[in-house]
Ligand binder design. Structure first.
Ligand SMILES: Cc1ncc(COP(=O)(O)O)c(C=O)c1O
Length: 401
């Protein structure tokens, strides 16, 4: 560890609240799938930051777009028009399909807050003041601000901050009967991730998403599909719901939209988008010209470089390689996911130890609890990087046995 690392670590500890358990690495630069620490050591990033850098680090088109706009105009109030915002909204609608409209936010949790507010407002106006209930899935994750935290039924995250916002009901994922029992005349929304991410990469079944769509239609409620993590070609198509053929009414987005710079958006379909009026929701920074320039450059590059196709191809290679690794070592009991959003369920509670040991061997891995390794590499990832990953994992699993 270099001198700069020691100095920064000391200051981090002295001045920051204890909200992150940070690892002893100082990343100073990145290119594509590679990160470099202050000693010049190279790492392969299998986390994409945290599912955000789908194009790989420091993509030249995004860097150029930000540099150009930041030198021109950074911020004016959202009551004025600025360059790039309408273009980015149009790009999002092109990816999502006609009929959607966009409200910009700064993060995933804010995009989910906007979805909760819009769903409640619409439902109360159409069905009465009691129609504010929102049904979400156990193990789901929608963010950490009080509204989206209420939608995130994980006791460790909710309990210290109780009481939660009233009106939330939680159901087990992929249990259609439980969903049918939970949705009724007072339901404003059903809110799901097409593939649960933070919970450990658990996909919705097609039947479940279709049932959710039908129940929302029957009760005039909003189907919210949170694509914060699954969006922007992570699983192959632009948005994961497109592979299911089930359209959401509301779709929160964030993470990869500006390749690692902070942005979020709520997309709302016709019949829903009309229920927000001036003053209902807003933000100082959301939809500013710099972030929108970055977003346009990101979406253009993701589409032009065929990264959705690469996610499907290399994702299949990754899943096969992990299944093979499981057969050879006995360390993996299940492989789940789609495209380059993949999890390996481990037979022993060693995921944290494996991620820590992998870091010392130049791999940035993410563990969900102690039993799951989650892989979210940039979509530029190739089979060579997967081979490197599996060689290191083989060595580590072998050592653990
Ligand atoms: C599905 C989903 N929704 C919402 C969020 C919250 O996003 P943010 O951390 O940008 O607030 C996340 C973050 O991981 C997520 O995966």
């Amino acid at each position: 560890m270099g001198e700069m690392f020691e100095h920064l670590k000391e200051h981090d500890d002295e001045f920051h609240m204890n909200t992150y358990a940070r690892k002893d690495v100082l990343f100073v630069s990145g290119k594509g799938m590679r990160l470099y620490d202050d000693d010049g050591r190279e790492y392969l990033d299998f986390m994409s930051g945290i599912g955000a850098v789908n194009l790989g680090h420091t993509h030249p088109a995004v860097v150029a777009a930000v540099q150009e706009q930041v030198a021109k105009l950074t911020h004016v109030s959202n009551v004025f028009h600025v360059e790039h915002r309408a273009e980015l909204a149009g790009d999002l609608v092109t990816l999502a399909g006609d009929g959607f409209k966009v409200h910009f936010a700064n993060s995933g949790t804010e995009a989910c807050e906007a979805a909760i507010k819009l769903a409640r407002k619409r439902s109360k106006e159409r069905k009465g003041d009691d129609a504010y209930e929102i049904v979400t899935a156990l193990r789901g994750f929608h963010g950490r601000t009080m509204g989206s935290l209420a939608a995130t039924p994980q006791p460790a995250k909710q309990d210290p901050f109780a009481p939660m916002l009233p009106g939330f009901t939680y159901v087990p994922l992929n249990d259609i009967e439980a969903l049918e029992a939970a949705v009724g005349p007072n339901t404003a929304a059903v809110m799901l991730e097409p593939i649960q991410g933070e919970g450990g990469v658990y996909p919705c079944t097609s039947e479940y998403l279709e049932a959710a769509r039908a129940l929302c239609d029957a009760h005039d409620a909003a189907l919210v599909l949170d694509e914060v993590q699954t969006g922007f070609f992570r699983t192959g198509p632009a948005f994961a719901h497109q592979a299911y053929g089930v359209r959401p009414d509301l779709m929160p987005l964030a993470k990869a939209m500006a390749n690692g710079l902070p942005i979020g958006a709520l997309l709302a379909y016709e019949g829903f988008s009309e229920y927000f009026s001036p003053g209902d929701h807003g933000s100082t920074f959301a939809g500013g010209p710099v972030i929108c320039a970055a977003g346009c450059a990101t979406i253009h590059a993701l589409a032009c470089e065929g990264l959705g196709e690469n996610a499907i191809e290399v994702g299949a290679y990754l899943r096969d390689a992990l299944i093979d690794l499981g057969e050879r070592t006995g360390a993996i009991t299940e492989v789940r996911g789609a495209g380059l959003m993949v999890a390996a369920e481990l037979s022993e509670p060693i995921a944290g130890d494996i991620a820590a040991a992998a870091l010392t061997k130049g791999l940035v891995l993410n563990n969900v609890g102690e039993n799951i390794l989650r892989f979210l590499p940039p979509l530029v990832c190739g089979t060579t990087e997967i081979d490197t990953l599996c060689a290191v994992l083989y060595e580590l699993f072998d050592g653990e046995e």
